[in-house]
Ligand binder design. Structure first.
Ligand code: WQD
Length: 334
């Protein structure tokens, strides 16, 4: 059986990708330092999948941790999720982001090379496109960074582009991941006050936060609020499975957007979440957030052409699955 290492596999997208890979017949090993994921995620993955979960508590910055994984398992490919991903935090801690995201990638690539493993899927981001009027954005759009986080993603992509053709690389540029697993046993799980829209609205819906602050209603968009390309995290996970299969079967590298090509405004999301949870959600309009752009949507054609990937789930599905996850969590906390 083909065995895949997921660095950061206990995180939000990693844990959903774990389940999609198991479902597709892969064997999977997780390496996670649990800096941004809960320690009981592996047990929940075991409960959902009914299979033993192989998880190393370790760090991609620690070469010994990596060598131990490759010594213990014959790995056929790697999906590299382990990185810091908060844009605002990266502005405050640029060195931390470069050390973790670029240093971690370089350490992983060295360990992979030493273990003769040269298939890698890299978790990238639409943020590499910067602020552009070209919408939806094609993959050949120039890259420009607007934050240290975006810089580390562009640097990661460029490092992978320098590798010899003995390496086979899948670069996946996520737009706005949202939603939770259909089991409602895993989902986005941030302790602190979320930066992102969906987890913030989820906390308003369960009563942990009082109201949503809408950052600007004076953008050049249909209702004046920011428009984004939200993609269900389970669709995103399916995209990773197709990316890995393509690398392993064709030996050809690819760089694709993982998005729907459709845009939803902040107020569209508020209305969809309100429908999903059956409540009105308190929200107020405030000035724009620094660094935000009006519209960010991704052209999905390449992912379809190269991987046969198409997002299937709707914004309503994202909100319903998110609500089932957070309201279930709420129940469990009592
Ligand atoms: C979405 C929309 C906000 C919060 C970020 C990163 C990106 C990627 C995904 C890592 C915008 C509005 C938000 C709130 C609001 N992460 N909003 N009130 O900024 O598109 O993308 O997360 O790869 O790199 O930049 O996502 O969810 O923060 O914002 O009005 O409390 O919701 O203005 O229009 P964003 P987001």
């Amino acid at each position: 059986m083909t065995k895949i290492l997921l660095t950061g596999g206990a995180g939000y997208i990693g844990s959903h990708t774990y389940l999609a890979l198991i479902q597709s017949g892969f064997e999977v090993v997780i390496l996670d330092n649990f800096s941004n994921s809960k320690s009981d995620v592996p047990r929940r993955l075991q409960d959902i999948s009914g299979k033993m979960v192989y998880c190393f508590n370790g760090d991609v910055l620690d070469r010994t941790d990596l060598d131990n994984v490759f010594a213990a398992h014959k790995i056929d490919g790697v999906v590299h999720f382990a990185a810091k991903k908060a844009v605002s935090e990266s502005v405050v801690k640029p060195l931390d982001y470069m050390h973790n995201n670029i240093g971690g990638l370089l350490n992983l690539l060295a360990a992979m090379d030493a273990a003769d493993v040269r298939n890698i899927v890299f978790s990238s981001s639409a943020t590499v496109y910067g602020d552009t009027d070209v919408q939806p954005i094609p993959e050949d759009h120039p890259r420009t960074y607007t934050s240290p986080y975006a810089f580390t993603k562009i640097a990661g992509e460029q490092i992978l582009e320098q590798l010899p053709n003995t390496w086979v690389v899948g670069i996946l540029r996520y737009f706005n991941p949202a939603g939770a697993h259909k089991s409602a046993m895993i989902g986005e799980d941030s302790e602190d006050i979320p930066n992102n829209l969906l987890p913030y609205i989820a906390k308003v819906a369960v009563g942990e936060l009082a109201e949503l602050v809408v950052f600007g209603d004076d953008y050049d968009t249909p209702d004046g609020t920011g428009v984004r390309d939200y993609i269900h995290v389970e669709d995103l996970a399916d995209g990773h499975v197709l990316s890995l299969k393509s690398l392993l079967e064709t030996g050809e590298s690819h760089t694709v957007n993982l998005g729907t090509g459709e845009g939803s405004s902040v107020l569209d999301v508020v209305a969809a979440y309100s429908e999903a949870c059956g409540k009105d959600l308190a929200h107020t309009i405030a000035p724009r957030r620094d660094g935000d752009v009006a519209v960010l949507t991704g052209l999905p054609e390449q992912a379809k052409a190269r991987l046969g990937f198409e997002a299937k789930r709707s914004l309503g599905d994202m909100c319903k699955s998110s609500w089932a996850w957070v309201s279930g969590q709420r129940r469990n906390k009592r």
